[in-house]
Design a protein around this ligand. Structure first.
Ligand code: FES
Ligand SMILES: [Fe+2]
Length: 396
């Protein structure tokens, strides 16, 4: 285990991009970071947002796709554009498990094979194929695998087997690089300051944790140890998922209490990313009904309030006072303002890191090592799915 104390001796180290000799923030195709991220299943959509027969545009890791749900119920992900003359595929028709282009009617099957070209000679269609990406669903989210060859094991991470409700939060769009959010999720000290207004995380702010982190075969295991000796344990699944216990959302305390979330940070491109959050609340029976009622009330309040992302953008632009904002999604606004406010791609060259940054330093070391291996054609780590019995704890 790397401890905070070790970090004191390396406080003046430069943990910047230049130190690694490789860009640790990019996920563009063909870059080491892009190859790294494409080894894993990545959350790309909420299941509830794509109905049977619907097709939508999808941009992930600087590449454009079409996502659609076939009439059989399965989600498909294919190229954004038709290979004939590049019309957008999501404008077209879903027919069974296939999709037909709106421009001249070319039809592609679930594997991306062109199967119909109404105005062309027979035999041409079988020579035309569009890219099709493996897609699967889990805990209310759509996952896709963008790498070469066979995808890794699915599901990519375990969930608690206890009964309860899985709820998927609103998708948030952040105008900054995904790694800023992933790093923030490793930074437990921010909680006492960033989330002080509104008091959502007050039990975590009575003292500051001593942070430690350990690389595992599935990612990073992080501890925040308090003065009373208790540790909050959080899990970071490679390459972009944090499993952590968080406070109830506004007005939802009293049922289910603090709950576990699986927080996915998905790159749209290098300067934008999405949050896909699946929460697990261990309530059943009457408590589950009460939870659902409170959830509906909360959803209504959120729908009536200005969008969290817009409030955060105003704060970044200097409109309004951070400490005065009150909103049903206040903690989300606070995190977006802080992380997107660092810049589209934070300039890591100039940072002054300290001992409390030990966990994100550990992750940068891992990323740097893996990306250099990819760049140099050296052997890379073989990642595993985490065992289900390593779980986060609250620590108070
Ligand atoms: S552009 Fe799609 S069929 Fe012509
Ligand atoms: Fe936060």
């Amino acid at each position: 285990m790397t401890s905070s104390k070790d970090a004191e001796t390396s406080r003046d180290d430069d943990w910047s991009t230049s130190r690694f000799g490789v860009d640790i923030a990019t996920t563009r195709p063909g870059t080491p970071g892009g190859v790294f991220m494409r080894q894993f299943w990545v959350a790309v959509y909420r299941s509830q947002d794509i109905a049977k027969g619907e097709a939508k545009p999808l941009r992930i890791m600087s590449e454009d796709f079409t996502i659609y749900r076939g009439d059989g119920g399965d989600v498909r992900i294919v190229d954004a554009r038709c290979p004939h003359r590049f019309a957008l595929m999501h404008l077209g028709w879903v027919e069974g498990d296939d999709i037909r282009c709106v421009y001249h009617g070319w039809k592609f099957d679930r594997a991306g094979q062109c199967v119909e070209q109404p105005a062309e000679e027979e035999g041409f269609a079988r020579k035309v194929k569009i890219r099709s990406v493996p897609a699967r669903e889990y805990v209310g989210l759509v996952f896709a695998y963008f790498g070469d060859g066979e995808p890794p094991a699915f599901p990519p991470w375990p969930v608690r087997e206890s009964e309860g409700i899985f709820d998927v939060w609103n998708v948030e769009h952040l105008p900054c690089n995904y790694l800023q959010s992933y790093e923030n999720s490793m930074d437990e000290v921010h909680v006492a300051f960033t989330h002080a207004p509104g008091g959502s995380h007050a039990p975590l702010a009575v003292d500051l944790p001593i942070v430690s982190a350990e690389e595992t075969e599935w990612g990073l295991l992080r501890l925040g140890t308090r003065k009373n000796g208790l540790a909050r344990v959080s899990l970071h699944y490679a390459p972009n998922v944090t499993r952590v216990i968080v406070p109830p959302r506004a007005g939802m305390d009293g049922v289910g209490g603090w709950r576990e979330i699986y927080f996915n940070f998905t790159p749209v491109d290098d300067e934008n990313h999405l949050w896909f959050i699946a929460g697990h609340i261990e309530v059943t029976g009457a408590a589950a009904d009460e939870y659902r009622a409170k959830q509906a009330d909360y959803d209504r309040k959120v729908a009536e309030a200005p969008p969290a992302g817009a409030v955060a953008r105003d704060l970044i632009a200097g409109k309004g006072r951070y400490a005065d904002v009150r909103h049903p999604d206040l903690a989300v606004i606070q995190d977006i303002a802080t992380q997107a406010g660092q810049g589209r791609i934070v300039k890591r060259e100039g940072e002054r890191l300290g001992r409390s940054d030990i966990a994100l330093i550990a992750w940068r070391r891992i990323l740097g090592r893996e990306l250099r291996a990819i760049a140099g054609g050296a052997p890379r780590k073989v990642w595993s799915v985490a065992p289900g019995d390593i779980v986060p704890t609250l620590g108070f």
